[in-house]
Design a protein around this ligand. Sequence first.
Ligand code: NAD
Ligand code: MG
Length: 387
Amino acid sequence: MNRRGIAVLGSTGSIGTQTLAVARAFPDDFNIIVLTCGDNAELLIQQALEFNPQAVVINNEDKYIQVKEALAHTDIDVFAGLQALEEVVQLTDIDVVLNAIVGSAGLRPTVKAIQKGKDIALANKETLVVAGELVMDLAAKHQVRMLPVDSEHSAIFQCLVGEEQNPIEKIYITASGGPFRGKDRDFLTHVKKEQALKHPNWVMGAKITIDSASLMNKGLEVIEAKWLFDLSVDQIDVIVHPQSIVHSLVQFQDGSMKAQLGLPDMKLPIQYALTYPARFQNNFQRFNFMDYPSLTFEKPDLETFRNLALAYEALARGGNQACILNAANEVVVDAFLKDRVSFLGMSDVIEQVIQSVDYISTPTLADYLETDKVSRIKALELVTKLN
Ligand code: NAD
Ligand code: MG
């Protein structure tokens, strides 16, 4: 088999570095063609020297010179800015674009890559939250595969192999519950970012870690699942499973359920997205039942963790509502990380932004980009008023 050409967008982040760990383990199978990041010039340079891609992009244009000079003795092309990101995903030798950018900034490169017929390995769930219908339609039109990297969606995807003719009755997306599982609103009033950043089972980027604590991550994943697997809202349930061993489940029309299990390690869904439909032998740690004598399940608390309810509502209303929810959430998470909004205040701001931004029932890409922009402005206004 030819080596698969891979573009890693967001290569310096949590998913990006784990993707390169997978690529490093299979040098005969994967060829890194493109590496991109937001800001971390040092790590990007180091990765470029190791993997020798055709091109790298640093989003922060102020750091272009630093990267350019460090790679001057190589034949690696160096670019900066969002426009360059949209161009490099189109390079001929790329077979699959693994999008591990955080936030709605991932949408435009995903769209460009699909239009060029590249398969998408998608960690950037915000792409589907913002514009799921448009992106999935485009993927169908260009006959590209949407390969989920998010562990829950990878689990469902794995359960569906061989079931092409069998409709899904429903899916259960598992949630760890995050660091504040079982807490009430009184407790949450005073929690600080240091507490929210301590996830019990996963080490991840800051934004998704806060989203996990507020259950917004699960809300985003419900929306992501709707579009990936073409489901209606009432076919998608969330079940809290604190051990994070059952990564999600599918229930078929005969009542049979399939689940995918494993230790919490993102390298597995990343590897599967890159090797699908094959499974490659690796030395990841194996599950031991004796370490987990009981796997438990409970109902999510939608009254305490309102973000999950807000996400379900946005999905039910459709149109640009999830795009508004996502943009407002990106702003409040950033503000929470800067101590500018309280933990519970995040949901208040999101709710107000959803109420104040105009509803669009069938948005175009331009509408989504505009909705993203105005929702951010509105959310920032509200956060500023609080301070
Ligand atoms: P991270 O913050 O660790 O890394 C983000 C990467 O994107 C970095 O390389 C950063 O430089 C780059 N980046 C940030 N802003 C950018 C911008 N505006 N333009 C271009 N590049 C930019 O985040 P992460 O935890 O790796 O998460 C990445 C995506 O994967 C998110 O959508 C997240 O929800 C999803 N995801 C992550 C995990 C996980 O375990 N970390 C699990 C499931 C899904
Ligand atoms: Mg997940």
